[in-house]
Design a protein around this ligand. Structure first.
Ligand code: KG4
Ligand code: ZN
Length: 348
């Protein structure tokens, strides 16, 4: 059995979290898995925006430049000496291999030099723990929808640290669909927040975009049909020389994605008798998704939890929190821990 969450064994277990799986160089110090002492995020997004998406080689180089200053700043802001750390938690997958290796090398070097326990964390588990960090009193069983640029996973969690994957995307992740369609619409990277912004002024019923696998007897997702339909729609209007109704496209697209995500999540919660639903990952910052999931869940007597926006997108506080609970369970990673770009939840 997992330990009860949120009951620290003693005061002041300080965990340094390090996250470099994609295009944010992040470090954070969290006390007892619940109190964020610092949360430093150096975003490379302005750099990658010039190319319309993340360029792995550039990401790795930028991480190398930023990793030690970001860690130093996180320790400084937390007013913490490296010797005071109880553990160092680091993302070792999934993600871009060159990017992961930078955080992992820094974490290993520090842990070795300080004789401090090293705890490798799955990035997706980190996203789930963004909720545990904010709501340590909430206990499983629960259903968790993790939606990011790289992942769309629907999970049943009967105890923390134990994940049953009910469904995942068969093609594009939800965030990826947002980003790719936004790019065709001429919007900046990352497209999710841009589409969310434009959608506010649009009609979600203006265009009837497909809701992939919504009626199918599966908890899997598929967004490639939606992506093709949206891109075709945009190209047709452009070929006719018509002005793009950007707000309506954004609102209709967001509605299609939100409908599928919320529908399947509530269906899973009903089927598993879960009264608690976690929403996590970068796309969980989407206001439309939060609102619709809240509405549907409340109607079923369920309660939805989602992290504040800064903890939805990539950050190291969530990694420190996940690391704290693994550290408390006595888990330690070996010194030869390697980056695993395709790491899946539940795998080590
Ligand atoms: O979790 P995250 O920061 O990185 C990955 O692990 O992938 O998620 C980034 C994704 C991007 O696809 C971005 O477009 C999306 O989250 N995103 C949003 C919003 N904010 C970020 N999508 C929709 N609405 C938002 N407000
Ligand atoms: Zn992420």
């Amino acid at each position: 059995m997992a330990e009860k969450q949120g009951l620290p064994e003693g005061p002041g277990a300080l965990v340094l979290g390090i996250e470099t799986s994609c295009d944010e160089t992040a470090a954070s110090v969290v006390r007892d898995g619940r109190e964020i002492l610092s949360n430093v995020i150096a975003s490379q997004v302005d750099l990658h925006r010039l190319f319309g998406g993340v360029v792995p080689e550039i990401a790795s180089r930028k991480h190398i430049e930023l990793i030690m200053p970001v860690i130093d700043l996180a320790l400084k802001k937390a007013d913490t000496k490296p010797e005071a750390l109880s553990a160092i938690a680091v993302t070792y997958g999934p993600g871009l291999v060159g990017a992961l290796l930078v955080g992992l090398s820094a974490a290993k070097a520090m842990a070795l030099a300080l004789d401090c326990p090293l705890v490798g964390i799955n990035h997706i588990e980190g996203h789930i723990y963004a909720n545990v960090l904010q709501y340590p009193e909430v206990e499983p069983p629960l259903i968790c929808l993790t939606v990011s640029g790289g992942h769309t996973d629907l999970l049943y969690i009967d105890e923390y640290g134990h994940y049953e994957i009910l469904g995942r995307t068969r093609d594009d992740a939800a965030g990826e669909a947002f980003d790719k369609i936004a790019r065709v619409m001429g919007l900046d990277y990352p497209g999710g927040p841009e589409i969310a912004r434009m959608a506010v002024d649009g009609d979600p019923k203006a265009i009837d975009f497909p809701r992939g696998l919504m009626q199918a007897d599966t908890y899997d997702f598929s967004f490639s049909g939606l992506k093709t339909a949206a891109i075709n729609h945009i190209h047709t209007l452009e070929q006719r020389g018509e002005e793009l109704p950007v707000a309506d496209i954004a609102a209709s697209l967001q509605a299609a994605i939100v409908d599928v995500l919320t529908n399947k999540t509530i269906a899973a919660a009903k089927a598993y008798g879960a009264k608690t639903v976690f929403l996590s990952g970068g796309v969980a910052a989407n206001e439309g998704l939060r609102t619709q999931l809240d509405l549907l869940a409340t109607a079923q007597g369920m309660r939805v939890y989602y992290p504040s926006p800064v903890l939805c997108t990539d950050n190291a506080a969530m990694i420190a929190c996940a690391g704290y609970y693994r550290y408390r369970r006595g888990e330690r990673s070996p010194w030869d821990l390697n980056a695993v770009p395709n790491l899946r939840l539940g795998e080590t």
